[in-house]
Design a protein. Structure first.
Length: 388
């Protein structure tokens, strides 16, 4: 069997390791979404978690998988050979008790993503198709990766993924060197490397087992009112939609308290898991909406240009200064016009403006009308197909 890089040896990605452990402690979280560039230990950490849960399967869902391949379908061999209706398990059944890894989850069809999230949250796969009515346990840790530059999941699907981690490339030279050295040591002599981390792996596996057992007991680690209030404040500040973020944050805080061996859930546990819960759910900040509703300089400038020109207000008396509405600057702007205050529209915005008119002699009016009729006749003559 191919050796697996140990989870305790992963360096530079503490949030990733924490998110995976929390999802393994509390399966109801709904899985982990990992965003980040390639080569940042995404698949390595997922395989390491399955190894920590050993014996546990590690199942990879390919992008080209069909819905039947994922959930299961009719066993055609039994149907054709013995006229027997039987169920052929899919990838969800194979992943029971372990890790289901989906690379580029944002490129999967929405129908398959819906099924994955439903089963990851409920722990049961129910199949009603091809004359089959079957259900089976499918409790696994769902781990999905994606590159936001290749497209995003729908907000409804993002909200149902419990935790989210944003990875970045290591920029510290010492850290990069340590990561590369560890990987080279593992590749050259896996047995020696695993032996060096055997004690840490055993300790981590035992802590994980105890934390999962505590979370499985309903009487353990109840949520206090102070914890509920802290969760509500975090979600309100992030402007999340709905209440799923509150539920996930409470469960994640409880899983973290169980991992640390605490007797109660504290507000600091909420603060630690909040970034993992809110990263992919947070909407605009509270001040953004007010700022968006306030008139901007560009909109005020557009209003100023749409106002009827000053020249249409009639000539100003000789020697008098042009009238300037209150709140506007008297400094001359472009074209010699007064510079307008762009913070708000002028006070007389929308009021009817007087229009100047000049008398026209009757003979001049007849001449203008005759010229217009001749121009129209010439235009008809040049346009083919129009009645003469």
């Amino acid at each position: 069997m191919t050796p697996t890089f140990p989870l305790s040896a992963i360096q530079g990605q503490p949030q990733l390791v924490q998110a995976l452990l929390l999802a393994a402690i509390e399966p109801a979280l709904g899985g982990v979404l990992i965003q980040g560039p390639r080569g940042t230990a995404k698949s390595t950490a997922a395989r390491a978690l399955a190894d920590l849960l050993a014996p546990a399967p590690f199942v990879t869902l390919p992008l080209g998988a069909s819905i039947e391949h994922v959930v299961g379908s009719l066993d055609l061999s039994k149907a054709l050979s013995g006229n027997e209706v039987a169920f052929a398990p899919g990838l969800l059944a194979r992943a029971h008790g372990g890790v289901l890894y989906v690379d580029e989850i944002n490129l999967l069809p929405d129908a398959i993503v819906d099924v994955l999230l439903d089963v990851a949250a409920s722990g049961v796969n129910r199949v009603e198709r091809d004359g089959i009515s079957h259900d089976h346990a499918a409790r696994f840790v769902l781990i999905g990766t994606m590159n936001p530059e290749e497209g995003m999941l729908r907000p409804q699907l993002l909200d149902r993924l419990g935790l989210c981690v944003q990875l970045a490339n290591a920029q510290d030279p010492a850290l990069r060197s340590a990561i590369v050295k560890a990987r080279l040591r593992f590749d050259l002599d896996p047995a020696d490397f695993l032996a060096a981390y055997a004690t840490q792996q055993t300790h981590m596996a035992e802590r994980l087992r105890q934390a999962r057992a505590r979370c499985a007991e309903a009487a353990e680690l109840p949520w206090s009112d102070a914890v509920h209030e802290e969760v509500a404040r975090q979600c309100i500040a992030a402007c999340v939609d709905g209440l799923r973020a509150d539920l996930v944050m409470l469960r994640a805080a409880r899983a973290l308290a169980a991992w640390e061996g605490c007797k109660t859930i504290e507000s600091r546990h909420v603060a630690q898991v909040a970034p993992l819960v809110l990263l992919h759910r947070a909407n605009q900040a509270p001040g953004d909406a007010a700022q968006r509703q306030a008139p901007t300089a560009s909109s005020a400038s557009a209003s100023a240009t749409e106002r009827p020109p000053e020249s249409l207000s009639g000539p100003s008396p000789a020697g008098s200064a042009p009238s300037v509405p209150p709140g506007q600057s008297t400094n001359p702007g472009q074209n010699g016009l007064p510079a307008r205050n762009l913070e708000q529209p002028p006070p007389d915005w929308g009021a009817p403006q007087p229009m100047a008119s000049a008398p026209v002699a009757a003979l001049q009016a007849d001449a203008l009308a005759q010229a217009a009729m001749e121009a129209l006749a010439a235009k008809k003559a040049r346009a083919p197909g129009l009645p003469r």
